[in-house]
Design a protein around this ligand. Structure first.
Ligand code: UT7
Length: 336
């Protein structure tokens, strides 16, 4: 048995910055409301007039950086794990597009459909492949193009203002020292709440309605739906549980956390968790102010930035935690 260690990180966000005030061209909202409730100041939204970015293309751009920083080439990668809720196509997923875009050999590629906890699920899948010795280097990508599918109107404002586009990637490599790298991952789901945060169409249950949408302007099933306060209440509980579970599994205390990277769902959720675990500001990384909630991309973007800013050092205990649609949630405990 081996451990897996993150050897390279990369991120890519579209150039186009959309401030809270910019959103007023589509909906009745305010910078004050958005900042007060979510902490978000701006987000990146692909501008299709000036960019050909897609979920897969952004993922490939982030992956390229991660591979270079790992000191590897695309030919060293054995497997691709791609997490997204906004694939370029209904099928196939984004992993196979990355294989093509990076001109990789015919290695395996799998897509993960676990929304906000997609990157942690992806990390866990990659970790198992490396632990068993099957693969040596696995690419894990989280990427989202939310802007293409959000409802830009006052009706959709409570969801639309939150989400942003972007991608992050990590290379996981074989590590022989069992005290280093990913120590454990913890994954959970509770499908009875699936409809509290979901996009129902297009799907096999909804696609006829969706195609017929022009005749049914009140059908919102092709826009994301979120029961915000319900999700918020579950998020604060599940985030905490996942962190406690991860620490306990490794006989660690909350004081041992050098860096907590929570999924960037809402700054208020992150602040609640920080307070609960009594963590100083320097031990929690947030960037939702600049990018909004980028779902599967949020943890790898934040992890990349924290690492780029020198906030994660060798030997640090890094905790990743996420909660979102499904409901799904989880944590990863890493010794850097
Ligand atoms: O990443 C996946 C997990 N997601 C989350 O964890 C998100 C969890 N939920 C949340 O972060 C919060 O519920 C939101 C930020 C999404 C919404 O905040 P809220 O405090 O739950 O607001 P609300 O939807 O209950 O709306 C409160 C009021 C309503 O007005 P009335 O009915 O009280 O007059 C809304 O119409 O705020 C209004 N409102 C807005 N006003 C201006 C909703 N959205 C907006 C907006 N701008 N964008």
């Amino acid at each position: 048995m081996f451990n897996s260690r993150i050897t390279g990180l990369g991120k890519y966000v579209p150039e186009n910055v959309v401030t809270n005030n910019d959103l007023k061209q589509w909906m009745d909202t305010s910078d004050e409301w958005i900042q007060e409730r979510t902490g978000i100041k701006e987000r990146r939204w692909i501008d299709p007039k000036t960019s050909d970015d897609t979920t897969s293309i952004m993922g490939a751009k982030a992956a390229k950086i991660a591979i270079e920083r790992a000191g590897l080439t695309k030919d060293d990668i054995d497997f691709i794990v791609f997490a997204t809720l906004s694939p370029d196509m209904y099928f196939p997923g984004g992993g196979v597009r990355v294989q093509e875009l990076l001109d990789m050999d015919t290695i395996g590629a799998i897509d993960i459909r676990n929304q906000c906890s997609g990157f942690i699920y992806g990390l866990s899948v990659a970790d198992q492949f490396i632990k068993t010795g099957m693969y040596k280097h696995v690419l894990v990508i989280g990427s989202e193009n939310h802007s293409g599918g959000l409802e830009r109107s006052t009706r959709g404002r409570h969801v639309t203002v939150i989400f942003g586009d972007g991608a992050g990637a990590a290379v996981l490599s074989r590590e022989e020292d069992h005290t280093k790298g990913i120590l454990s991952t913890h994954l959970h789901s509770e499908g009875k709440h699936a409809k509290e945060l979901a996009l129902e169409g297009p799907s096999t249950g909804r696609w006829v309605d969706t195609i017929m949408n022009e005749n049914n302007p009140d059908d919102t099933s092709y826009y994301p739906y979120m029961n915000g306060q319900f999700v918020f209440k579950h998020a604060v509980v599940r985030f905490s549980e996942a962190i406690v579970e991860g620490l306990a599994a490794n006989e660690l205390q909350k004081e041992d956390i050098d860096m907590l990277i929570p999924h960037q769902a809402n700054l208020r959720i992150a602040q609640f968790i920080q307070k609960k675990f009594r963590l100083p500001d320097a031990n929690v990384y947030n960037n939702i102010m600049r990018y909004g909630n980028t779902t599967a991309a949020s943890i790898p973007i934040a992890l990349t930035e924290a690492w780029e800013e020198g906030k994660i050092k060798e030997g640090d205990t890094v905790v990743l935690a996420a909660f979102g649609s499904g409901f799904t949630w989880g944590s990863a405990i890493i010794k850097w």
